[in-house]
Design a protein around this ligand. Sequence first.
Ligand SMILES: [Zn+2]
Length: 224
Amino acid sequence: MPHLWLCPSPRANLNATILNPVPFERLDILMPIDASIPERYRALYAEGAQGFHCWAIGGDHRARGFFSTCMNPGSVCLFSEPSSGVFHLAARVLGRVDPCECAKPNSTRCARRVDGRPDGPCVRRASTIQLARELWPADVEKPSPWELLFFTTPATSVSIPKQQLVESVGWSSNYGVPFTRPIKDVNKPRRLRHTELLGRIGDLDTLWNDILRNNPIDYLYANG
Ligand SMILES: [Zn+2]
Protein backbone atom coordinates (compact mmCIF):
# COMPACT_ATOMS: atom_id res chain seq x y z
CA MET A 1 0.00 0.00 0.00
CA PRO A 2 1.42 3.46 -0.87
CA HIS A 3 2.22 5.83 1.99
CA LEU A 4 3.61 9.27 2.65
CA TRP A 5 7.33 8.92 3.48
CA LEU A 6 9.57 11.40 5.27
CA CYS A 7 13.19 11.27 4.12
CA PRO A 8 16.00 13.14 5.94
CA SER A 9 18.66 13.69 3.34
CA PRO A 10 22.17 15.16 3.27
CA ARG A 11 22.57 17.50 0.30
CA ALA A 12 25.32 15.33 -1.18
CA ASN A 13 23.00 12.35 -1.37
CA LEU A 14 20.17 14.38 -2.87
CA ASN A 15 22.55 15.71 -5.51
CA ALA A 16 23.62 12.18 -6.36
CA THR A 17 20.26 10.62 -7.22
CA ILE A 18 17.28 12.92 -6.59
CA LEU A 19 18.30 16.29 -8.02
CA ASN A 20 20.30 14.71 -10.85
CA PRO A 21 19.51 11.63 -12.93
CA VAL A 22 21.74 8.57 -12.61
CA PRO A 23 22.80 6.98 -15.93
CA PHE A 24 20.79 3.85 -16.66
CA GLU A 25 24.02 1.88 -17.05
CA ARG A 26 24.48 1.98 -13.28
CA LEU A 27 21.63 -0.52 -12.99
CA ASP A 28 23.80 -3.17 -14.61
CA ILE A 29 25.26 -3.90 -11.19
CA LEU A 30 21.91 -5.49 -10.28
CA MET A 31 21.92 -7.96 -13.14
CA PRO A 32 23.32 -10.86 -11.03
CA ILE A 33 20.08 -10.85 -9.06
CA ASP A 34 17.77 -10.32 -12.03
CA ALA A 35 18.98 -9.73 -15.57
CA SER A 36 15.73 -7.96 -16.46
CA ILE A 37 16.18 -5.19 -13.87
CA PRO A 38 17.99 -2.61 -16.06
CA GLU A 39 15.32 -2.72 -18.77
CA ARG A 40 12.44 -3.10 -16.38
CA TYR A 41 13.27 -0.01 -14.37
CA ARG A 42 14.42 1.98 -17.36
CA ALA A 43 10.93 1.48 -18.75
CA LEU A 44 9.52 3.47 -15.84
CA TYR A 45 10.98 6.64 -17.37
CA ALA A 46 10.00 8.61 -20.41
CA GLU A 47 11.55 7.91 -23.76
CA GLY A 48 14.74 9.91 -24.05
CA ALA A 49 15.27 10.27 -20.29
CA GLN A 50 18.92 10.71 -19.35
CA GLY A 51 18.71 8.36 -16.40
CA PHE A 52 16.79 7.32 -13.31
CA HIS A 53 16.15 8.71 -9.84
CA CYS A 54 16.31 6.52 -6.77
CA TRP A 55 16.57 6.46 -3.02
CA ALA A 56 17.08 3.70 -0.49
CA ILE A 57 16.88 2.97 3.20
CA GLY A 58 18.89 0.85 5.59
CA GLY A 59 18.14 -2.82 5.98
CA ASP A 60 17.60 -3.16 9.72
CA HIS A 61 14.60 -5.03 11.03
CA ARG A 62 12.36 -1.99 11.52
CA ALA A 63 13.22 -0.53 8.14
CA ARG A 64 12.45 -3.83 6.40
CA GLY A 65 9.04 -3.93 8.02
CA PHE A 66 8.24 -0.39 6.89
CA PHE A 67 9.60 -1.06 3.41
CA SER A 68 7.74 -4.31 2.77
CA THR A 69 4.34 -2.91 3.75
CA CYS A 70 4.54 0.80 2.89
CA MET A 71 7.02 1.33 0.06
CA ASN A 72 4.99 0.78 -3.06
CA PRO A 73 4.38 2.60 -6.37
CA GLY A 74 2.35 5.73 -5.72
CA SER A 75 3.99 6.51 -2.38
CA VAL A 76 5.02 10.16 -1.96
CA CYS A 77 8.43 11.05 -0.49
CA LEU A 78 9.16 14.38 1.18
CA PHE A 79 12.87 15.18 1.52
CA SER A 80 14.48 17.42 4.12
CA GLU A 81 18.07 18.40 4.73
CA PRO A 82 19.19 18.01 8.36
CA SER A 83 18.34 20.97 10.61
CA SER A 84 16.63 22.83 7.79
CA GLY A 85 13.21 22.70 9.43
CA VAL A 86 11.47 22.24 6.10
CA PHE A 87 10.67 19.52 3.59
CA HIS A 88 11.85 21.13 0.38
CA LEU A 89 11.55 18.39 -2.26
CA ALA A 90 8.89 15.85 -3.16
CA ALA A 91 9.00 12.84 -5.47
CA ARG A 92 6.63 9.99 -6.18
CA VAL A 93 7.66 6.35 -6.05
CA LEU A 94 7.65 4.50 -9.38
CA GLY A 95 8.88 1.08 -8.29
CA ARG A 96 11.09 -0.84 -5.91
CA VAL A 97 13.51 -3.73 -5.92
CA ASP A 98 11.91 -6.39 -3.74
CA PRO A 99 14.21 -7.23 -0.83
CA CYS A 100 15.42 -10.75 -0.18
CA GLU A 101 13.54 -12.62 2.49
CA CYS A 102 16.74 -14.07 3.85
CA ALA A 103 17.44 -10.97 5.95
CA LYS A 104 14.62 -11.87 8.30
CA PRO A 105 15.91 -13.15 11.66
CA ASN A 106 16.71 -16.88 11.65
CA SER A 107 15.80 -17.28 8.00
CA THR A 108 17.49 -20.10 6.14
CA ARG A 109 15.75 -19.41 2.86
CA CYS A 110 18.61 -17.99 0.86
CA ALA A 111 21.69 -20.07 0.19
CA ARG A 112 23.51 -17.77 -2.22
CA ARG A 113 25.86 -16.16 0.30
CA VAL A 114 28.59 -14.00 -1.18
CA ASP A 115 31.31 -14.94 1.27
CA GLY A 116 30.18 -18.44 2.22
CA ARG A 117 29.33 -17.43 5.77
CA PRO A 118 25.77 -18.34 6.78
CA ASP A 119 25.28 -14.89 8.33
CA GLY A 120 26.85 -13.01 5.42
CA PRO A 121 24.84 -11.09 2.81
CA CYS A 122 23.42 -13.06 -0.08
CA VAL A 123 23.99 -12.11 -3.72
CA ARG A 124 20.78 -10.09 -3.83
CA ARG A 125 21.53 -8.03 -0.74
CA ALA A 126 25.17 -7.57 -1.64
CA SER A 127 24.25 -6.17 -5.08
CA THR A 128 21.93 -3.44 -3.78
CA ILE A 129 24.35 -2.60 -0.96
CA GLN A 130 27.18 -2.20 -3.46
CA LEU A 131 25.06 0.06 -5.68
CA ALA A 132 24.14 2.19 -2.65
CA ARG A 133 27.76 2.57 -1.64
CA GLU A 134 28.67 3.68 -5.15
CA LEU A 135 25.76 6.13 -5.49
CA TRP A 136 25.57 7.98 -2.19
CA PRO A 137 28.60 9.75 -0.76
CA ALA A 138 27.05 10.17 2.70
CA ASP A 139 25.55 7.00 4.10
CA VAL A 140 23.45 8.50 6.87
CA GLU A 141 22.09 5.23 8.19
CA LYS A 142 25.36 3.50 9.01
CA PRO A 143 26.01 0.87 10.23
CA SER A 144 22.99 -0.50 8.38
CA PRO A 145 23.76 -0.03 4.67
CA TRP A 146 21.14 1.27 2.27
CA GLU A 147 20.06 -1.97 0.70
CA LEU A 148 16.31 -1.32 0.24
CA LEU A 149 16.18 0.42 -3.11
CA PHE A 150 13.33 2.27 -4.81
CA PHE A 151 12.85 4.47 -7.87
CA THR A 152 11.17 7.88 -8.00
CA THR A 153 9.98 10.53 -10.39
CA PRO A 154 12.18 13.62 -10.81
CA ALA A 155 11.76 15.80 -7.72
CA THR A 156 9.64 18.92 -7.48
CA SER A 157 10.16 21.81 -5.05
CA VAL A 158 7.87 22.17 -2.07
CA SER A 159 8.04 24.05 1.22
CA ILE A 160 6.42 22.20 4.09
CA PRO A 161 7.45 23.14 7.65
CA LYS A 162 8.77 20.03 9.40
CA GLN A 163 7.51 20.96 12.85
CA GLN A 164 4.01 21.65 11.59
CA LEU A 165 3.86 18.35 9.74
CA VAL A 166 5.12 16.13 12.58
CA GLU A 167 2.76 17.85 15.01
CA SER A 168 -0.09 17.28 12.60
CA VAL A 169 0.32 13.52 12.73
CA GLY A 170 0.59 13.39 16.48
CA TRP A 171 4.37 13.24 16.92
CA SER A 172 6.22 15.51 19.32
CA SER A 173 6.74 18.98 17.86
CA ASN A 174 10.52 18.66 18.34
CA TYR A 175 10.74 15.25 16.62
CA GLY A 176 13.46 15.71 14.04
CA VAL A 177 12.65 12.72 11.79
CA PRO A 178 16.16 11.23 12.16
CA PHE A 179 15.67 8.37 9.71
CA THR A 180 13.63 7.66 6.58
CA ARG A 181 10.19 6.45 7.58
CA PRO A 182 6.55 6.37 6.51
CA ILE A 183 3.79 8.20 8.35
CA LYS A 184 2.19 5.01 9.54
CA ASP A 185 2.33 4.18 13.20
CA VAL A 186 1.34 7.68 14.24
CA ASN A 187 0.28 8.39 17.77
CA LYS A 188 -3.40 8.54 18.37
CA PRO A 189 -4.46 11.92 16.99
CA ARG A 190 -4.94 14.27 19.87
CA ARG A 191 -7.33 16.64 18.23
CA LEU A 192 -9.98 16.41 15.58
CA ARG A 193 -7.95 18.33 13.02
CA HIS A 194 -5.30 15.63 13.18
CA THR A 195 -7.86 13.08 12.15
CA GLU A 196 -8.95 15.26 9.28
CA LEU A 197 -5.35 15.80 8.25
CA LEU A 198 -4.57 12.09 8.28
CA GLY A 199 -7.52 11.54 6.01
CA ARG A 200 -6.14 14.15 3.63
CA ILE A 201 -2.61 12.74 3.69
CA GLY A 202 -4.05 9.30 3.06
CA ASP A 203 -5.35 10.50 -0.29
CA LEU A 204 -1.95 10.48 -1.98
CA ASP A 205 -3.26 11.14 -5.49
CA THR A 206 -4.82 14.39 -4.34
CA LEU A 207 -1.74 15.30 -2.32
CA TRP A 208 0.53 14.66 -5.28
CA ASN A 209 -1.61 16.67 -7.66
CA ASP A 210 -1.49 19.50 -5.17
CA ILE A 211 2.28 19.23 -4.87
CA LEU A 212 2.53 19.49 -8.66
CA ARG A 213 0.51 22.69 -8.44
CA ASN A 214 3.02 23.92 -5.85
CA ASN A 215 0.64 24.60 -3.03
CA PRO A 216 0.75 21.63 -0.66
CA ILE A 217 0.76 23.95 2.34
CA ASP A 218 -2.65 25.35 1.51
CA TYR A 219 -3.86 21.82 1.04
CA LEU A 220 -2.40 20.23 4.13
CA TYR A 221 -3.22 22.99 6.52
CA ALA A 222 -6.43 24.42 5.17
CA ASN A 223 -8.19 23.54 8.42
CA GLY A 224 -5.18 24.13 10.65
ZN1 LIG B 1 19.01 -13.57 0.26
